[in-house]
Ligand binder design. Sequence first.
Ligand code: ADP
Ligand code: MG
Length: 480
Amino acid sequence: MSTKDLWLSVLKRLMPTIQKAQFITWFQSTVLVEIKEDGTAIVGVPTVFAMNWISSKYQVKLLQALKEVDATVKNVEYEVLGKLADKESVEGADVKELFKETDDKKIRKVRNVNEVTVSKGSRGERVVSKMLNERYTLDTFVVGKDNRLPHAVCSAVSENPGGIYNPLYIYGDVGLGKTHLLQAVGNEVLRNFPDKVVKYITAEKFVSEVVEAIGRRNMHKFKEQYRNVDVFLLDDVQFFARKDSSQQEFFHTFNELYDANKQIVITSDRPPTELQGLDERLKSRFAMGMVVEMLFPDFETRLAILQDKCKDFEAIIDPEVLSFVASNVHNSVRELEGVLRQAVAESQLSDSVPTIRSVAEIIKRLNKAQEIIGYDIEAKRTEMIVKQATDVMAIVAKYYGLSVDDLIGQVRKKEVMQPRQICMYLIKQELNESYEKIGSTFGGRNHTTVMHACSKTAEDLKKNLRLVRDVNALKREMGL
Ligand code: ADP
Ligand code: MG
């Protein structure tokens, strides 16, 4: 049996013993990496939280289930693999599909969460639209007075793609639910019209695909991808500003699809008129379609969103605590969700319930993290994703009030040692640089020192809640 099948059998055994929502939360995108000679099963999990949670709550059950499917297994260890779906070589288990399988025996194919393969009717052509997240639907979007219009328009588009709302242009600040609605259109269209081909892509990805295609001289193949698209969903179009050749390519794609009456939905952080660097003709085409703005939801809607998310997390939280969060988060729904997620995770780790005090602490921390970096991280999110070790070093140094030289230097005080080790860990985890390379970035240290730093930090993350929070705050600052 392949490790993948083995893992699926393990999950199927665990499923009936754990509440559905919990099971989905913690086992989504997990993977069995290997079973070593010595009987150690290495389980890959997407986040440190998942690792902490699984190892503290489900260790015994998990080991039991593993032993049942492979008698050689003696113990379990975990590895945090980051966003599994991004790494094409490792395919994390899609546990929601497992439920569907048991709920509905007719479903034969197990799909990856972030990858929707759509068959195009009788012609049998396929378009793979990555990153269409099934969680984002119109039903899971909480409607209040400030976001009723975008929701209604998206619903109309899903029922009648290529109809009167074309192109549809949705704009608003970061974290207000644009991507959610955009992907919801994709999911709803596929549900309503299984034959239609949906393509979701971020402008950033579009740019990199164009650049890559030009480099490989196969623009032809690139264009081919769009030929049969019925619904084209482009996220964060502001990214196109001043990206010339790719903007041209987008212009062509847009026109071809538009002329063929295909539905186009675009999101952006600003209205069409304010897209600097974008072709005037494109701007006026956007403006001629349906343009809707998304606003930060009012208090009642924010509260309703929090209540909804509590159900997702299967968490019961004092209504006063929820009201406190709803009235004290002022930037985005993403932040609202982030505070709640953090509060739930912390309370689960420490076996306590979230209180006004504990959530206030989390909100304060998030705000502080934003101040430290000097600007609103959320607003810069797309541009901010770090690419280099030196960026990570700058962020870590700033966060701990140190200098980059302190991190590189030889001081062995705990206040410097720990940030240094965390920094190495983050570079390894997020940029996947070699231990040697990290060592040389840190003033020519030996690779074993780096390995030690990484494994020590990973160990500490299992027990040290504060560290978990710091690492999460740092990752946010890194745009992750
Ligand atoms: P944007 O693309 O505008 O930056 P996202 O679509 O990524 O924002 O939304 C951020 C998070 O907030 C997502 O997890 C999304 O599901 C959630 N969210 C935003 N608005 C709502 C809403 N009205 N109801 C439920 N969840 C929401
Ligand atoms: Mg978005």
